[in-house]
Design a binder for this molecule. Structure first.
Ligand code: MRU
Length: 360
């Protein structure tokens, strides 16, 4: 059985409620854009690619039965609904990029006299529905490219890799297979994975709850470690490479990812361990020159002060709970995209070329 965070069929959308994992596996119907917004904002669905796909599909679900007066009304509806979805979570850029692509298409079709209302609706739905398949195929390419680079590293003992990853970047964070976890899956599929370590990823525990769930589900040789054990792990265990995902990569290669990523990159540099970011182009934001311009979501104190609704922190203490941090490009060995391994320094030039080609 493959793990599936998103189930979709022609106007019917269900998501696996990730707040209940790993103890319960419950799918929730998403019947509207409002349901999609709530599922993303409450983190029933999370992970940058999955956020965009569920957001866009929630619009598709609303569009199917709706009768529009004319093409302008359809264009306005698409734009308004997508702009609302972008605000559900601010750091991951995928929803913003998807919004730009879909609204540009809607605008173009609205002013094309050769296309009627029904055709316009069908084309917009088609472009949304394509996102699912494209994400899985991009992830498979990322997996192969990343695995190939790691196997070729000098420190990869007889082609047997020992990987550290952070947060959850797998089937639960994407349409399937995963980005950083896709690289780990590809290593395993080609018999090059000796072991994978995943961090707990406090305070939301995406590593302990979700990545560990995926690793056990797929029977990968794996071990869970506390976030605070990373330096000791890199000191004592021969780790071949660190591979993490991305919520937003700025034009200069600075990368926003789950809180704790930056400190892992610093420690990896100290120990001479290559540090890779696995990121589809849908997470690269060329409109942002560097990491300092990326908005960082801050979440509630309760995520730190409580464990399973029981208060553990001393009453009265104040908290700071950023959900993401920025890893400077200088600490990143390579950015693994579906188009190849990119040096952060060449990211802007190469990605603008790929994005131009995609438009043609
Ligand atoms: O807060 P989350 O769980 O949405 O954060 C997820 C991450 O930081 C992932 O590493 C990132 O979105 C990449 S998922 C392929």
């Amino acid at each position: 059985m493959t793990l599936q965070a998103i189930k979709y069929n022609k106007g019917k959308l269900e998501i696996l409620d990730q707040l209940l994992l790993p103890t319960q596996s419950v799918y929730r119907d998403i019947l509207s854009v409002e349901d999609g917004w709530k599922a993303i904002n409450s983190m029933q669905v999370r992970g940058a690619p999955a956020i965009a796909i569920v957001g866009a599909l929630s619009l598709a679900v609303e569009m199917y039965p709706k009768i529009y007066e004319d093409k302008q009304e359809l264009e306005k509806d698409v734009e308004e609904k997508l702009n609302r979805l972008v605000k559900a979570r601010p750091t991951a850029v995928n929803m913003k990029i998807a919004t730009h692509q879909i609204t540009s298409l809607a605008k173009e079709l609205a002013y094309n006299d050769l296309i009627n209302l029904e055709e316009m609706k069908a084309k917009i739905l088609g472009s949304i529905e394509e996102m699912l398949e494209k994400d899985v195929s991009d992830n498979k390419s990322i997996g192969l490219i990343g695995a190939d680079a790691i196997i070729k590293q000098k420190n990869c003992n007889n082609g047997s890799a020992r990987i550290l990853t952070h947060c959850n970047t797998g089937s639960l964070a994407t349409a399937g297979y995963g980005t950083a976890l896709g690289v780990i899956r590809a290593l395993h599929e080609s018999n090059h994975l000796e072991h994978v370590y995943c961090t707990e990823t406090r305070p939301y525990m995406q590593g302990a709850r979700l990545t560990a769930y995926e690793l056990v589900h797929d029977r990968l040789p794996s071990t869970l470690v506390c976030d605070s054990a990373v330096a000791a792990l890199l000191q004592h265990e021969q780790i071949t490479a660190v591979v993490v995902g991305a919520d937003r990569v700025a034009a200069n290669g600075d990368t926003a990812n789950k809180i704790g990523t930056y400190q892992i990159a610093v420690v990896a540099k100290h120990h001479g361990v290559p540090f890779y970011v696995a990121s589809p182009l849908s997470s690269v934001d060329l409109s942002i020159p560097s990491g300092e311009h990326i908005p960082i979501e801050e979440r509630s104190d309760k995520e730190i002060t409580h464990v399973l609704d029981k208060r553990i922190a001393a009453p009265g203490i104040s908290c700071w709970n950023p959900a993401f941090d920025i890893t400077p490009a200088s600490l990143i060995t390579g950015i693994i995209t579906e188009h190849g391994m990119l040096d952060p320094l060449e990211l802007e030039e190469k990605v603008s070329k790929f994005k131009c080609l995609q438009k043609e």
